[in-house]
Write a protein that binds this ligand. Structure first.
Ligand code: AMP
Ligand code: ZN
Length: 465
């Protein structure tokens, strides 16, 4: 069965294949690096990882681009508060983001362009939109005029008359003719980073960044554009308006949006203060693979209510998978069982058709666990031979190429940064003569297999064994 994907633009699940029949061109809205991302953001990135892997598993080549928004109002304000250039301020969060991705085994997109490296492409795009007659200037800024773009609202299905200014309206956007219009190029202000342009000194609007970078790397029309549902309006609607008014061509074939991660029924958001970062959960002792499992086990178009029970369930599910994997690595003396082969074939078919059905991860997991249950039973009854074990390993390998939770997170991968941090905390505790705390840290590190050695040049650590 061919891969079917829900397209927010048509509001239908459609058969997907890349336009050129070979390489999927895909763009994902990346993080705005003014802070650490939370696990709600990471749910959207984890969904993208499943999509990436499934596309490749389906035999397509993939060219995947994800931007990093590294110039934006919140970044500028935060860097100014610290008195550092925006590049110095964002670097730590860019690094932290990719570290989170690594821990969650999110494959790195082929290109991860930063907005500040693509200002010329953005300026060129504004010029094209201007030539097409869809802009106006006011007080040094350049805006997109929505009234002149009839197709506005096609993605979000909003009637033009009902459209209000978007969620991310900036305080300095008060010079617009119409509240719905959005800024393409923002006038420079004292003390803020700015670039020269034919429209005067300034900086790009957020929406412009994505249109310009997506088209620079993927062409004027490409296959898939992803993001969280909150980006559908106004961000993606504005991306369409900018790109299509400039090129006169369809911008994106499939728009794919991930639903939110919720806490107590509310969207997890920095502004709500109801968020956990990945680091928060790791510090509480949760493993990154359980978090990955939790984030991807619920199909992406369903809201995911985050709970610690859910996380416990995810950790248990991984244990069951790994136990089964270990059992499959044993020896099988029983004769081959056709019935067990039948079980395997049914499970594999069900697993594949679930993922092909708009990435129904819950259905895919269901197929794997049902197989595991019956395979354990067959082994107990002596109806599982060496070839059956090979089939079981094949199913797990195909599953793990997408879900990637079988390999335990090694201590080294998980902890080296955290160990450095604890070593520093212990040094501080000793300096403050809080020896109980210092000892507690040494003991807990020892329990995790890390040995410390105090030297005249400070504390060294190494993994035991
Ligand atoms: P931002 O850095 O705010 O632009 O968000 C990065 C990505 O995370 C975007 O695709 C958002 O749509 C997505 N996102 C934000 N909050 C949540 C949430 N609670 N659940 C899932 N995705 C989210
Ligand atoms: Zn974007």
């Amino acid at each position: 069965m061919a891969f079917k994907l829900y397209n927010s633009l048509s509001r239908r699940t459609e058969a997907f294949e890349p336009a050129d029949g070979e390489t999927v061109r895909m763009y994902s809205c990346g993080p705005t690096v003014y802070n650490y991302v939370h696990i709600g953001n990471l749910r959207t990135f984890a969904f993208q990882d499943i999509l990436r892997r499934h596309l490749r598993q389906s035999g397509w080549k993939l060219r995947h681009v994800m931007n990093v928004t590294d110039v934006e109002d919140k970044i500028i304000a935060a860097a100014a508060r610290k008195g550092v250039p925006i590049g110095d301020y964002t670097r730590q969060f860019v690094d932290a983001f990719f570290e989170d991705c690594r821990l969650l085994r999110l494959e790195r997109p082929d290109e991860v362009p930063a907005a500040t490296d693509h200002i010329p492409e953005m300026i060129t795009l504004v010029k094209r939109i201007e030539r097409a007659g869809h802009t106006y200037r006011n007080a040094g800024s350049t805006y997109f005029r929505i009234a002149g773009w009839e197709r506005y609202g096609r993605l979000s299905r909003l009637e033009a008359s009902g459209i209000k200014a978007g969620a991310r309206v900036d305080a300095d956007e008060y010079d617009k003719e119409d509240a719905r219009d959005f800024v393409l190029w923002k006038a420079a202000r004292d003390g803020e980073p700015s670039w020269q342009s034919p429209f005067g000194p300034g900086r790009p609007g957020w929406h412009l960044e994505c249109s310009a970078m997506a088209m620079a790397y993927l062409g004027e029309t490409f296959d898939i554009h992803t993001g969280g549902v909150d980006l559908q309006f106004p961000h993606h609607e504005n991306e369409i308006a900018q790109s299509e008014s400039a090129t006169g061509r369809p911008f994106v074939r499939f728009w794919v949006h991930a639903e939110h991660l919720l806490v107590d029924g509310k969207k997890m958001a920095k502004s709500m203060g109801n968020f956990y970062t990945l680091r928060d959960l790791l510090d509480q002792g949760w493993s990154p693979d359980a978090i990955r499992y939790l984030l991807v086990a619920t199909p992406y178009r369903k809201q995911l209510n985050f709970t610690f029970d859910g996380l416990r369930g995810a950790a248990k599910a991984i244990e069951r998978l790994r136990n089964f994997g270990r059992r499959l690595d044993g020896t099988f003396a029983a004769p081959h069982s056709e019935a067990s082969t039948g079980m395997f074939e049914a499970a594999l078919a069900q697993y594949r058709s679930a993922l092909d059905d708009d990435l129904n991860t819950a259905g895919a997991l269901g197929a794997v666990f049902e197989y595991i249950r019956s395979a354990h039973a067959a082994m107990d009854q002596g109806a599982f031979g060496p070839r059956n074990a090979a089939e079981g390993r094949r199913l797990l390998a195909e599953f793990d190429a997408v879900f990637d939770v079988m390999e335990p997170a090694s201590l080294e991968r998980l902890a080296s940064e955290r160990i450095d941090e604890l070593v520093r905390e212990r040094a501080a505790a000793r300096k403050a003569r809080d020896f109980a705390r210092a000892d507690a840290i040494r003991n807990s590190l020892a329990e995790s297999g890390v040995a410390l050695r105090d030297t005249p040049n400070g504390t060294e650590w190494h993994y035991m064994d």
